[in-house]
Design a protein around this ligand. Sequence first.
Ligand code: PMP
Length: 419
Amino acid sequence: SDAATTPDAVRLGDEGTPPAGDLLSKFDALIAERQALLDTGVRDPYAIVMEEVLSPTAAIISGRETILLGTYNYMGMTFDPDVVAAGKQALDEFGAGTTGSRVLNGTYQGHRECEDALKEFYGTSSAIVFSTGYQANLGVISTLAGKGDYIILDADSHASIYDGCWLGNAEVVRFRHNSVEDLDKRLGRLPREAGKLVILEGVYSMLGDIAPLKEMVAVAKKHGCMILCDEAHGMGFFGEHGRGVFEEAGVSDDIDFVVGTFSKSVGTVGGFCVSNHPKFEVLRLVCRPYVFTASLPPSVVATAAASIRKLMHAGEKRAHLWKNSRRLHQGLRDLGYTLGTPTAQSAIIAVIFPDQETAVGVWQALLELGLYVNMARPPATPAGMFLLRCSLCAAHTDEQVGQILEMFATAGRAVGCIA
Ligand code: PMP
C-alpha cells in the first residue's frame, strides 16, 4: 500500500533510556511481543485509521475503499439523515458541549428528551443516561453492590462489568460462561440474607453467543437475587420492540436493571440504565461515574434520541440484519472456517484461529483485499483465543455480503488455513 497514506504502527517507546524506577517496565514483555509480530511485516491491527467514512459500511483506509465488517453499527444509524439533522440542529442551538456534570449545569432539555425516548423504547418508569456504556456499568454496578454485597457474574463478562465490581468493593463470584447449573450451585453457597446482584449479558460480544436468559433468570429469582442485564449488543434487533435478548426470552418483568449503550445500534456514543425500581432515581445523587464527569454534548443526545425513536420502527432493517448474519455464518462455515457458534445467534460472527500469526495473516490479507474486520485477542477473548470478529450491519447489501465471502475465500486460501 501507499507509504504516504499508510499510518505507521505507533511506536510503543523502545527508544531512549527510561527513567529510574520506571513504572512502565511492567509492560516490557507486551512491547516485545508486539514488536516481534510487527517485525514479521504485518500491519498493526490496533493502529488502523479511517481516513474517510463513506457510509455505515464503507470507509477509506490507507487510500483504499474498504468494506467495514468490524463496527458495532448494527442498524446502520450513523448516517441516517434524521439522526444527523437532529445533531446539527442541537449543535447550532445548544453549542458544542455542556461543560458540566448532569447534577449541576450539564442537564439540558436534550438529555431529558433522550431519557424520555429510552423510557418509551423500554417501557420503563426510569432511564438514566451516562457518558458511555462503560461508565453506565461502572456506575450502576458499583452503586448497587458495595461492601458486604455479592455480585455473581458470568466469567466472560465485559471489562466494564468487572471494573464496576472492583469499584464497589463487593464480593465477586464468577460462574462458568452460560452455565445455568454452575450459577445455581454458586448461588446456593451464598448467605441467604446477603444482598446479591446477578449480572448477565444478552449477547456475549467475543463469540456472538447469547445467554440462556429464561433459565438463568429463574435460578437467580429462586435465590432471591436482583438481576442486571447488559444489552449492549442486543438492543435494536432482538425482541418484539428491539429491546434486547431479555425481551425475546420473555423475562422483561424479572430483570431489575437493563444497561445499554448508544455506541452500537444507536450509532453514536453514550450509555444508559433503565429500570422500573421505584427508588432508581436516587442513583443520580449517589452514583460517582454519573456525578463526577461531564454530561454528553447536546448534539450527541439529540442524535441518540432521534435514533432510538427510529429504532422503534425498524422491523425491515432488523429482518435484513438477520438475513445478512445467517448468510455470512453459513457461507464462512461452508468455506471451512471454525466459528464461535454453531449457527448465527446474533450479528457477531467470530472466526476462530489456532494462533495469533494465522489470525493476523488472514486479517491483513482481508484488509489488502478491501475488507476490515476486528482482530480480537486475549485478554479480551475467552480461553486465550485469537479471533477475527465480523459484525454485520443492516446496511450491508446482498452484493457486499457476497463480496465479503469471496474475500474470506481468497484470504484464507492465501494464508493456507482453509482448503
Ligand atoms: N457492555 C458491553 C457488553 C460492551 O461490549 C461494551 C462495549 N464494547 C460496553 C458495555 C461499553 O459500551 P461503550 O462503548 O458505550 O462504553
